[in-house]
Design a protein. Structure first.
Length: 134
């Protein structure tokens, strides 16, 4: 069991917004925060409809990656872990390569054990977003 978490959630719709100069997809950002508060994970194909994306399209997969990168970069600038750690590939139950590439660009990951890095980042996301009553 990867990091002891294998639950998946569903989705809903909201437009883009700006957060301190960051243009982010608000529906995806809000959904990722809820998934983190619920201490669970979600797949790329489950978040794609929030942005009107189809994960079978290479262009839409690229756009999804950019959206998640914008969110995680914003979170890092706020002193928080990469919120996109809650988004995983359905088959592998791990984030895609874009997650690890961004982590490397942000100076968080140095090509060591991907599973260990993912589990650490996911644990930190859960710690930060845990509701006060948990």
């Amino acid at each position: 069991m990867l990091c002891s978490h294998h639950l998946f959630a569903r989705v809903g719709k909201i437009p883009l917004s700006k957060k301190q100069g960051h243009k982010m997809h608000e529906a995806i950002y809000e959904r990722l925060k809820q998934v983190a508060r619920d201490q669970t994970i979600i797949t790329y194909s489950e978040i794609a409809p929030l942005a009107g994306l189809n994960m079978s399209s290479p262009a839409d997969r690229s756009r999804s990656s950019r959206i998640l990168g914008e969110i995680s970069t914003y979170e890092q600038e706020q002193g928080r872990p990469m919120l996109s750690a809650v988004v995983v590939l359905r088959e592998k139950k791990l984030p895609g390569e874009g997650f690890f590439r961004l982590a490397k660009e942000l100076g968080l990951f140095t090509e060591e054990d991907k599973l260990a890095f993912f589990c650490h980042e996911l644990t930190e996301v859960y710690r930060v977003w845990r509701p006060p009553d948990r």
